[in-house]
Design a protein around this ligand. Structure first.
Ligand code: TYD
Length: 210
């Protein structure tokens, strides 16, 4: 049976994930393959409803473990309803954020612990890990100034965290990249969008042919 690929794109705020995904969609389509671009938390109605609860700016009382469990719940539903069926019919799935975001944000930046957050996520995703993860690495100062320059962008509850939180997020992603060196490729997100897309595409093309 034809088997698709599961590719995730990770990074802190303002790293340029959306721009990169648009580029990769175009290039995958040129190969004549079905491409599904999606995002977490969200991507399907049940997970979008969970997203609205998590990111609501009024929910300042949300406990860190509740937050981690809600992300894992949204992830499970999105995987079961959208990602796995797409992979099964041979599509390339490009997903904006996945489990590494939980490891970086909840595990490391919120201080819940990498292993604890990994455990609840293993329950959620079983053994369905990405074939490749492209991590866009950027200085938090640079990323945050990019999103603040974008007046049209919605500001969510996590955007309101301070710089030190976003520094810990970056450390968390770097820890994840050390933990999973065969899966996670780190890209320098301070480069131009074209260079980032070229570097990402080189890695992705190799992975698609294996
Ligand atoms: P979003 O507006 O999609 O941000 P971005 O464009 O940066 O992806 O909001 C998603 C937010 O949720 C973002 O701040 C990262 C956070 N997040 C987690 O904390 N844990 C997770 O597991 C995921 C998927 C996202």
């Amino acid at each position: 049976m034809k088997q698709g690929k599961f590719i995730t794109i990770e990074g802190g705020e303002g790293a340029g994930k959306t721009t990169l995904i648009e580029q990769l969609v175009r290039r995958c389509e040129q190969l004549g393959q079905e491409v599904v671009a999606t995002r977490e938390p969200g991507g399907i109605p049940i997970a979008e409803a969970i997203r609205a609860v998590i990111l609501n700016r009024d929910h300042t009382a949300m406990d860190a473990r509740t937050e981690a469990l809600l992300y894992a719940a949204a992830r499970r539903q999105h995987l079961a309803e959208k990602v796995l069926p797409a992979i099964a019919r041979g599509a390339i799935v490009l997903c904006d954020r996945f489990v590494d975001s939980s490891l970086a944000y909840q595990g490391h930046a919120r201080g819940l612990g990498f292993d604890e957050v990994w455990d609840i996520n293993r329950f959620a995703i079983e053994d369905c890990m990405p074939d490749l993860t492209l991590y866009l690495d950027i200085e938090p100062e640079a990323g945050l100034s990019r999103i603040h320059a974008d007046a049209g962008r919605e500001v969510n509850r996590l955007d309101l965290e301070g710089l030190s939180f976003h520094r810990r997020v970056r450390e968390g992603f770097r820890l994840a990249a050390e933990r999973f060196p065969d899966r996670i490729v780190t890209l320098d997100a301070s480069e131009s969008p074209e260079r980032i897309a070229d570097a990402a595409w080189a890695r992705l093309e190799t992975r698609l042919s294996h």
